[in-house]
Write a protein that binds this ligand. Structure first.
Ligand code: PEP
Length: 248
């Protein structure tokens, strides 16, 4: 199994002062973690974050990127720019992007191709809504998102998929370790059917109200290779405990 990966998605939170405080605490605590660690602050704080984690084990990622490299795309940020300032990861297809910005699987696929071309490692988010789960469609929804997002996947060496059931994001509700494991096993079997994807080497993160007190049992599941952490990544002690749960 590959090393676990724990990623913090700060969403639209933070200021120069909180970035300095949070990262200061994390950098001094995360020494040789035994897990890969990345944090994804808002765009405006990425440069500050890259400097703050320099010479630490923490990597920096963005929460989104453009599908374009440069040009007349007002308000967009290109993956080339992100790589240039020191980002190494990018979250793509987060449910909040799909919900509030109408992102389709085709757009996620285009962003993924651009991100990989720029040298970034993408973290592709998939997940079903409560209604989809209750109507028995969770697996087919996730399979469709995966196949749609990975249609231009050529060249991805380190594929990372984050399974984030929409009903568990920011709600305090978490999929049970067994529910998450069942979906992760499904995801791996879908990946096996996509030519050119190494399903075994791909890392499958769980996301949705992960906290210090549920991380360990999630990480104990066979197909859970880490976590994408939202709210809890804004509290250094909580995030560090999640990292610690993956280290032991
Ligand atoms: C997320 O938004 O990626 C997420 C998992 O959020 P939370 O941990 O707050 O549920």
């Amino acid at each position: 199994m590959s090393q676990l990966l724990v990623v913090g998605n700060w969403k639209m939170n933070g200021s120069e002062a909180t970035v300095a405080a949070l990262l200061g605490e994390m950098v001094s605590a995360v020494q040789t973690p035994g897990v890969d660690v990345a944090i994804c602050p808002p765009y405006v704080h990425l440069g500050q974050a890259v400097k703050a984690v320099a010479s630490s084990f923490i990597a920096v990622g963005a929460q989104d990127c453009s599908s374009q490299t440069s040009g007349a795309y007002t308000g967009e940020v290109s993956p080339v720019m992100l790589f240039d300032i020191g980002c190494r990861w990018v979250i793509l297809g987060h449910s909040e992007r799909r919900q509030y910005h109408g992102e389709s699987d085709a757009l996620v696929a285009a962003k993924l191709a651009a991100a990989v071309e720029a040298g970034l490692s993408p973290i592709v988010c998939v997940g079903e809504t409560r209604e989809q789960r209750e109507s028995g469609k969770a697996e087919s929804v996730v399979a469709k998102q995966l196949v749609g997002a990975l249609r231009n996947h050529a060249g991805i060496e380190s594929l990372v998929i984050a399974y984030e059931p929409v009903w568990a994001i920011g709600t305090g509700l978490t999929a049970s370790p067994q529910e998450a494991q069942a979906m992760h096993a499904h995801i791996r079997s879908v990946l096996e059917g996509i030519a050119g994807v190494d399903a075994v080497a791909s890392r499958l993160l769980y996301g949705g109200s992960v906290k210090a007190d549920n991380a360990r049992e999630l990480f104990a599941e066979e197909d859970i290779d880490g976590a994408l952490v939202g709210g809890a990544s804004l509290v250094a002690s909580e995030f560090l405990s999640i990292v610690g749960a993956g280290s032991t």
